[in-house]
Unconditional design. Structure first.
Length: 147
């Protein structure tokens, strides 16, 4: 029994060495130090960047649920969330030409909310808007209004 465990340990050690050498010597081995980048990262802006780069000529899109939007939102923001995408896009269809000529900033609740990135990606991919950014940080820094 002890001899069998020793042999298993030797075999596992030899396998580990073989795997390590293969990984180290393989021409297409992935880097252990690289971190996958968030594809929306180049499209993220802070409230300060919005003020400095775009000024007041921004169309704000609120990607939160309707109840949250109705409780308060950035002044003049349009509601567009993934849950009601088709209905809300129908309502916005007459404004799409206008949106294509402005900078669009999509927000939700803070930096951990993925709703804004999803809506921004759909606006870029499905609608074809180019100047679509995701707000990094809290939208309340920009100011809020009730509808």
């Amino acid at each position: 029994m002890v001899k069998a465990l020793g042999e298993i340990g030797i075999l596992l050690s030899l396998c580990a060495v073989a795997v390590g050498l293969t990984f180290w010597l393989h021409p297409r081995a992935p880097s252990l130090r690289s971190v996958a980048e968030d594809p929306s990262l180049p499209f993220q802006v802070t409230v300060q960047e919005v003020r400095e780069r775009f000024g007041p000529d921004v169309t704000w899109i609120d990607a939160r649920p309707r109840e949250d939007y109705e409780a308060g939102h950035v002044s003049g923001a349009l509601l567009l969330n993934a849950e009601e995408w088709a209905d809300l896009m129908w309502d916005l269809s007459d404004r799409l030409d206008e949106l294509s000529k402005t900078t669009v900033v999509v927000y939700c609740d803070g930096t951990t909310c993925g709703r804004s990135a999803e809506v921004a990606e759909r606006l870029r991919g499905e609608v074809g808007l180019e100047q679509v950014y995701v707000l990094k940080g809290d939208w309340r820094e920009f100011g809020q209004s009730a509808p």
